[in-house]
Every structure is written in structure tokens, then in C-alpha cells.
Design a binder for this molecule. Structure first.
Ligand SMILES: O=P(O)(O)OC[C@H]1O[C@](O)(COP(=O)(O)O)[C@@H](O)[C@@H]1O
Ligand SMILES: [Mg+2]
Ligand SMILES: [Mg+2]
Length: 329
């Protein structure tokens, strides 16, 4: 089986990008170890800190964020990092070539119940002559990403990576190596599986309600087939399922926070996952247009996310095109 480094070299990956990805994996392996030890390492439970997102941090949110920062900011190629758990971006080496943006631990409500979580990352080119302690150099749209991916900490730890030449999966072995286990992942165009937090049904826009109601009607409704539903409450696990066997995952705008475009974060969650999904032949939209084309104005900007099997996402977009939006401006 091929090592991550062998695979990247065979694919003519830029040497410095390879070096950065290897460094990122050092941090992810450390996070995987903490997660595996769980209660034995005293890392379960919640802190009394509320982060910039207005969410109470789990101990492992803080630990994972510190591990990533320590490892990355010691690497001379890193000009700075931005994290879901940091109120501001953190500068690194002035002449560094890359910016790394991450959600240190996605799905943190799953930690204490021993269910899958993951680290999501996005790598950008550091623009010249910028101040990397300010937001400006990070505010690049998703199409500018040099690489993106996640490590899913599930029954096995799996790195899912794109450098813009397709999507590949690498499983962490007992020797601490990431080995290629799935090459050139492609998402089936059609699906019978959807993922949405149904408890928010009454808060959605009419188009989203109509779409999901028609899925629930199954073979008796306009979609003329029966659907199955899944909800892991960790985007990283939902995207992994979609990449593995198809499906649609959506976390739409809802009226609980009418001023926010959605719950998920554009730069830490939306963009990296959208790059993976597009690279695997799927679609990733905010129900109206491609997430990768959204120009961020704020590093913590939110986005409505609907992604997965191409034909299913196209149907969802048609519902939005033909129903008037009731969303507040
Ligand atoms: O609890 P809910 O509303 O179902 O939300 C679940 C969603 O929230 C998230 O956990 C947010 O990510 P964080 O854990 O990084 O805050 C997503 O992974 C997931 O899709
Ligand atoms: Mg997250
Ligand atoms: Mg998180």
C-alpha cells in the first residue's frame, strides 16, 4: 500500500505543499491519540469558555486547537492560521508561503458520547506583503484553495484529501502512517439518502420544507422513490458518508438566527468540504449558487450548506428557484 508521501510525489504535488500536509498530519495524529484515550486522558467534558461562535467549548475543542496551532506555527512555511476556535487570525512566519484555516474538531457534541468527530482544514496561498494578524489575507474565496481535506476520527482515522486533482482517502495504520485506501473517489449522481436536522423543520424556508416533505412522501410523492435518512450531527461524518456512497447533506438557513446565512462556517467547514465534493463530481451550494464562489467578508462568516450527489442537489436548487424566499435580509 502506498504511503501518503509516495502518493503525493507520484501525483507531482508541490514539495512545500507536501511538507505542510505532512506537518498537518503530525497534529492530527496527536489529536487522534487524545481522542482514543478519551476519559483515560481526562479530556472529555466541557470548559466554561464560550468561543467567538457563541458556543461553549469542549475540552477537546481547546486541546485540538492548541495542538494544531503549536505544530503549524512552528513551521517556517506557515504565514498564519485562522481557526473556528480563535477570535482572530494568528500570524506565523512573515515569509511563510501558506495560510492554514481549520475547524480543529468538528462535531464536538459527539465527543462525550464516543461518536465520530473530525478535523477539517483548508490551505491557501499567503498573499505577499500582508499583515497575517489581520483578516484580510485570509478572505479568499473557496476556488483559491490549494488543498483541502479532513481527518475523520471514527472506528478508523481516515484522511480525505484533495490538492485539486481528485479526492483520495488514506487510513492511519498502527505504525502511524497514512496509507492510500481509496483512490479517485467519485460520488454517485443519484441517491435515496438525505441528511438534515429534522427538528428544525418549522424554521426553514418554504422551499426547503417543500423539498423535504416531498422526500418523505417517498414512492407515493413526486419523487417517486423511497428515501432513507441519516443524521450523525458531525458534518465531517456526513460528508464522509456522501463521498463513500452518495447522498445529500444539508444544513440550511433557518429562522432561529434569521440574520445569519446558516449555522456552518464558510471558511472552516463550507469551503474545504465543497472543494472535496466538487472534486468528487458532486455539487456544493447554498441552495442558490456554488459555495466556492461566495466571497467571504469575515473569517467567521456562516453559510447555508447543501451538498452531495449532483442530480439530487440540482433538484433541491430547482425547489428554491421556483419558490419565493421568505428569508429576512
Ligand atoms: O446539533 P445540530 O444542530 O444538529 O448541528 C450539527 C452540526 O453542527 C456541527 O457539529 C458544527 O460543528 P462544530 O462541532 O465544529 O461546532 C456540524 O458538524 C454538524 O453538522
Ligand atoms: Mg464544525
Ligand atoms: Mg469545531
Amino acid at each position: 500500500m502506498q504511503l501518503l508521501s509516495q502518493f503525493l510525489r507520484r501525483n507531482d504535488t508541490d514539495e512545500q505543499l507536501m511538507d505542510l500536509i505532512a506537518t498537518l498530519m503530525v497534529a492530527c495524529k496527536e489529536i487522534a491519540l487524545k481522542l482514543r484515550e478519551g476519559a483515560l486522558a481526562g479530556v472529555l467534558g466541557t470548559t466554561d469558555i464560550t468561543n467567538v461562535q457563541g458556543e461553549t467549548q469542549k475540552k477537546l475543542d481547546v486541546i485540538s486547537n492548541e495542538i494544531l496551532k503549536t505544530v503549524l506555527l512552528n513551521h517556517s512555511l506557515v504565514a498564519g492560521v485562522a481557526s473556528e476556535e480563535e477570535s482572530e487570525s494568528v500570524p506565523g512566519f512573515k515569509d511563510g508561503r501558506f495560510l492554514v484555516v481549520f475547524d480543529p474538531l468538528d462535531g464536538s457534541s459527539n465527543i462525550d458520547i464516543n461518536v465520530s468527530v473530525g478535523t477539517i482544514f483548508s490551505i491557501l496561498e499567503a498573499p505577499k506583503d500582508e499583515d497575517f494578524s489581520t483578516e484580510h489575507p485570509y478572505l479568499q474565496n473557496g476556488r483559491k484553495q490549494l488543498a483541502a481535506g479532513y481527518v475523520l476520527y471514527g472506528p478508523s482515522a481516515v484522511l480525505v484529501l484533495t490538492t485539486g486533482k481528485g479526492v483520495n482517502m488514506f487510513t492511519l495504520s498502527h505504525t502511524g502512517d497514512f496509507l492510500l485506501t481509496r483512490e479517485n473517489v467519485m460520488i454517485p449522481e443519484e441517491t435515496r439518502e438525505f441528511a438534515i436536522n429534522m427538528s428544525n423543520h418549522r424554521f426553514w424556508e418554504p422551499a426547503m420544507r417543500n423539498y423535504v416533505d416531498d422526500l418523505l412522501l417517498g414512492a407515493d410523492g413526486p419523487r417517486e422513490k423511497n428515501y432513507n435518512m441519516r443524521w450523525v450531527a458531525a458534518m465531517v461524518a456526513e460528508v464522509h458518508r456522501v463521498l463513500t456512497r452518495g447522498g445529500i447533506f444539508t444544513y440550511p438557513w433557518d429562522a432561529r438566527s434569521p440574520k445569519k446565512p446558516g449555522k456552518l462556517r464558510l471558511m472552516y467547514e463550507g469551503n474545504p468540504m465543497s472543494m472535496l465534493i466538487e472534486q468528487a463530481g458532486g455539487l456544493a451550494t447554498n441552495c442558490y449558487s456554488d459555495i466556492l464562489d461566495v466571497q467571504p467578508d469575515d473569517i467567521h462568516e456562516r453559510v447555508s450548506v447543501s451538498l452531495g450527489s449532483r442530480k439530487e442537489v440540482e433538484v433541491l436548487m430547482e425547489y428554491h428557484q421556483r419558490t419565493e424566499s421568505t428569508k429576512e435580509a
